[in-house]
Ligand binder design. Structure first.
Ligand code: FES
Ligand SMILES: [Fe+2]
Length: 363
């Protein structure tokens, strides 16, 4: 099941060139995206209403898109505006059009009722395109259900295990940290001190091999992860009584990530790595991204293997632990929103049902 009435990342802005037609599958829907003359992105159902050919094999004509099977032409609204073989265009000659917003170097698509598309619901990515920050971006395709990826991002204790040789830096500081989770609008905030964490060797400054890190992220519907990490000298966590620090950090980094389901068992994961130019060089930024990408390959290997076991043994139950608090809360939040947007169930007429039962008893 998917949540429909929300914004999903359809790709980075760089994925949508001025002239190309880009095919995507999101929540099982075939979609074609392209840019209009003014640069705005259009998203249409990638299935011509005539003989169901993919419009991504079509031709852009100004702001319109022509199907290159038998020539029907569609406006960005999805309405057919030309049928070469006839003068009358039936009102049913239409393909679905999806609301799109380009923001923070991401192209966001609304997969639900277009009348409910509210751009203020788009989560704000951290430091994307900001001149004061280095930013590198990537994406990863998963053979796994999106909820397993949400779960992974909502329990960062896995950094000490899955990523012991990369982000975990052979330390238990992530694994032993106790995050505080609070509800926010359409999501959760997860905050923690990671105490005495080894500094990455590519960020040599300031001197000293350990740091206390304040890591705080928002995880918002449908699966957007917004993490800011501030690093301090060891002892800072205790100085602040394990509460949020007010002092200026030694260095800061951020990452924004988005989980977009292709289908029930395939997902795309978009991620950025941002480093403040105040504390880092472009080379630091490249080195940080290299570590992050090694780490994300570790996540994928673990999650795809987990998915395989779940698929092969569907009745096996999971054990709940206190460290699952955030991911269980998020699963409940999503389940509630998904349930709320299902059409009301058609109730069986009670009288007929009861009358039939009575007749059966009498017989
Ligand atoms: S399938 Fe598109 S015009 Fe016939
Ligand atoms: Fe991970």
């Amino acid at each position: 099941m998917f949540l429909r009435n929300c914004w999903y990342v359809a790709g980075w802005s760089r994925h949508f060139p001025e002239d190309g037609l880009v095919a995507r599958t999101i929540l099982g829907d075939p979609i074609v995206l392209y840019r209009k003359e003014d640069g705005g992105v259009v998203a249409l159902e990638n299935r011509c209403c005539h003989r169901l050919a993919p419009l991504s094999r079509g031709r852009k004509e100004g702001d319109d898109l022509r199907c290159m099977y038998h020539g029907l032409k569609f406006a960005p609204s999805g309405k057919c505006v030309e049928i070469p073989q006839q003068d009358i265009i039936p009102s049913t000659a239409v393909v679905r059009s999806y609301p799109v917003v380009e923001q923070d170097c991401w192209v966001w698509i609304w997969m639900g009722d277009p009348a409910l598309a509210d751009r203020t619901l788009i989560p704000q990515a951290l430091n994307h395109g900001h001149p004061g920050w280095f930013m590198l971006t990537g994406e990863l395709a998963y053979d796994a259900n999106y909820e397993l990826i949400n779960d992974n991002l909502l329990d960062l204790s896995h950094l000490s295990y899955v990523h012991q040789n990369t982000l975990g830096r052979n330390s238990m500081s992530w694994g032993e940290s106790r995050p505080k989770t609070t509800r926010i609008e359409r999501g959760l905030r997860v905050e923690r001190w990671v105490v005495n964490h080894p500094r990455p060797n590519y960020l040599a400054l300031p001197p000293g091999s350990l740091s206390d890190m304040w890591a705080s992220y928002d995880y918002v519907v449908p699966g957007v992860f917004l993490l800011a990490t501030k690093s301090y000298q060891p002892g800072m966590a205790a100085d602040y009584g394990m509460q949020a620090p007010a002092a200026a950090p030694d260095w800061v980094s951020s990452t924004s990530q988005a989980v977009t389901p292709i289908s029930e068992d395939k997902t795309v994961y978009y991620y950025s790595s941002c480093l403040s130019r105040k504390f880092a060089t472009e080379e630091h930024s490249r080195q940080q991204m290299a570590v992050i990408e090694r780490a994300f390959a570790e996540d994928r290997a673990m999650i795809e293997a987990q998915q395989e076991i779940i698929a092969n043994t569907p009745t096996a139950r999971m054990l709940r632990l206190s460290s699952d608090g955030a991911l269980n809360q998020f699963r409940r939040l999503m389940a509630g929103l998904i349930a709320a947007e299902q059409p009301a169930r058609q109730d069986v007429p009670m009288v007929a049902h009861v009358e039939q039962e009575a007749a059966d008893v009498a017989a």
